[in-house]
Design a protein around this ligand. Structure first.
Ligand SMILES: [Zn+2]
Ligand SMILES: [Zn+2]
Length: 238
């Protein structure tokens, strides 16, 4: 029912305000063909842990220099596209300006990441969005990761569960170094319930992967809470 209401509202909005490209404002669709062409999809060769793309020809699977040194608690993270101008703009308007019309576009970019062969070989049991602190969620009105996780759940039929909560209000990570991000997020996440997660293979869902610190902190919390394995998926690899 909620989906139908949403659909009707959206159709009414489209009649009142005909869609235009959210990037270049060209009328006709929410995301025009020219802007779609500018997207840089994450394509091989990319790091098998953090999805960082590299130039050149590497025929076999490889791990980047950073991931060879730093060990993550999640098995790997897959990402839809790289953070060029078009996608950065979309994420910004979705997250900070509350333009939820972009949900369908960003979800499609996320579904692209889902096509990684390793997911088909071992699909997760449950999708878990990276949580926002309640204060930040109230300020923003929604959690972008939860919206994306719900869309992925509908696309795949895999249930979405909010196992995590943000127990500390932390400053924005945007301007922090890798080291500062780690300090900033230490102990920031907790399980929402005292009940353990029984042996589930979890996939964390978020909008952007930058240094992997947020996904790492969430993964540690999930594994300590009983998850068997953790993988991650994001729209963008920054
Ligand atoms: Zn456009
Ligand atoms: Zn890597």
């Amino acid at each position: 029912m909620a989906g139908r209401v949403k659909f009707l509202l959206r159709s009414a909005l489209d009649i009142l305000y005909p869609p235009h490209c959210e990037c270049c404002e060209k009328p006709g669709s929410l995301f025009c063909k020219q802007c779609i062409k500018r997207i840089r999809w994450v394509r091989a060769p990319y790091c098998q842990i953090c999805s960082l793309s590299v130039c050149g020809h590497i025929s076999r699977a490889f791990v980047c220099a950073n991931c060879r040194v730093r060990k993550f608690s999640f098995q790997f993270a897959v990402c839809g596209c790289e953070a060029e101008e078009v996608v950065r703009g979309l994420i910004h308007r979705f997250k900070y300006l509350g333009n939820t019309r972009l949900e369908s576009i960003l979800s499609r970019l996320l579904f692209h990441a889902w096509r990684d062969n390793r997911i088909a070989a071992s699909p997760p049991d449950v999708l878990v969005p990276v949580p926002l602190h309640p204060l930040r969620q109230r300020e923003r009105g929604f959690n972008q990761a939860a919206i994306l996780a719900e869309a992925l759940s509908q696309h795949t039929g895999i249930p979405c569960k909010s196992y995590l909560k943000r127990s500390l209000f932390t400053q924005s990570q945007t301007l922090l170094s890798r080291h500062e991000r780690r300090q900033n997020l230490r102990g920031a996440f907790a399980l929402r319930s005292h009940r353990p997660i029984v042996s589930a293979n979890v996939m964390l869902v978020d909008d952007v992967l930058t240094t992997g610190t947020t996904l790492e902190e969430c993964s540690k919390t999930l594994l300590a809470g009983g998850a068997r394995t953790v993988k991650a998926i994001t729209v963008v690899r920054a």
